[in-house]
Design a protein around this ligand. Structure first.
Ligand SMILES: NC(=O)c1ccc[n+]([C@@H]2O[C@H](COP(=O)([O-])OP(=O)(O)OC[C@H]3O[C@@H](n4cnc5c(N)ncnc54)[C@H](O)[C@@H]3O)[C@@H](O)[C@H]2O)c1
Length: 276
């Protein structure tokens, strides 16, 4: 059974909707006849995305709200929420999806860390805080989907700022769902979407990566089932490999190994054996 949120006339709000997974989601929801809100930084990409999605929506532009919104700024998130309720009177699905890859390692400029946290974490907290009370008041099934990352669970070396923000998105979304399910009469649930490697940012398809449409299809099937954790595989990494990698990362604590032992030469053989 499709989740009742995915019905014609219902309202889907997507941040970072001008590209990648967000744009694929916007296309899909518009195709279902949902009122679709595309929020992203201003510019040609957002305009092009609006035109593309308007061509799919049964009611064209009348079914869309295309809003330039820097989700790193809390007043812009509040303005987005007001604009959605002014225009469509509801929000049935909120996807906190926008991302910046600014960041870097432990000693990357503090400003880059700050940007990473504003866009990758605080927009998720702020978006949930702005929309959830009004979504709860609708007294109808509704969904908040926050986008995390496997990097927020296994912490590979590289962009530590991104990994740290995404780890916090996981914790925040888990706690949010706990609070929602303990709120009397609340019919809103939160979910954590964790894409695998996905070809986005307008790039040519990379071997091993999924297409954004595959992530959206996987997410919809999981939401129909009521899954909280939506951990997508890709053409290189199977669900079984993901399970092993997540367990190995947790095992660094429970087995008193070095942190990030998966990338430590002393543990290379043990990890290879564990992953099988
Ligand atoms: N692509 C992958 O392999 C992958 C893997 C794991 C997780 N993810 C996550 O999936 C989500 C979507 O990723 P994607 O690869 O489709 O993204 P993308 O880079 O294709 O698109 C991200 C969009 O966010 C927008 N954005 C950036 N800063 C913004 C801001 N301050 N305000 C509003 N919009 C802003 C960009 O303009 C862009 O349109 C992200 O949360 C990302 O972390 C992606």
């Amino acid at each position: 059974m499709p989740h009742p949120v995915f019905s014609p006339g219902h309202v889907a709000v997507i941040t970072g909707a001008a590209s990648g997974i967000g744009l694929a989601a916007a296309r899909h929801f518009a195709g279902l006849g949902m009122k679709t809100v595309l929020a992203d930084l201003p510019g040609p990409a957002l305009e092009a995305a609006g035109a593309e999605v308007a061509a799919i929506a049964p009611g064209g532009r009348a079914d869309l709200l295309v809003m330039d919104c820097d989700v790193g700024k809390q007043d812009r998130i509040a303005a987005l929420c007001d604009a959605v309720y002014d225009r469509f009177g509801a929000c049935d699905l909120l996807m906190n999806n926008a991302v910046t890859r600014r960041g870097g390692g432990a000693f990357a400029p503090f400003d880059d860390w700050h940007d990473s946290f504003e866009v990758n974490l605080f927009s998720v907290v702020g978006g949930s805080q702005a929309f959830a009370p009004r979504m709860i008041a609708q007294d109808a099934p509704a969904l908040i989907v926050n986008t995390g990352s496997k990097q927020g669970m296994t912490n590979p070396p590289g962009n530590l700022a991104y990994n740290t923000a995404k780890a916090a998105v996981k914790h925040f979304t888990e706690g949010l769902q706990h609070e929602l399910r303990n709120t009397e009469g609340c019919r809103v649930s939160a979910h954590l979407l964790v894409p695998g490697w996905t070809t986005t940012q307008g790039r040519a398809q990379q071997p091993g990566a999924w297409l954004p449409e595959q992530v959206v299809d996987y997410m919809l099937a999981a939401l129909d089932r009521g899954d909280f954790y939506i951990v997508c595989p890709d053409d290189d990494v199977t669900p079984a490999m993901d399970r092993k990698r997540i367990l190995w990362a947790a095992g660094d604590i429970t087995e008193n190994r070095a942190p990030l032992s998966r990338w430590h030469p002393d543990y290379a053989d043990a990890f290879e054996k564990f992953e099988g």
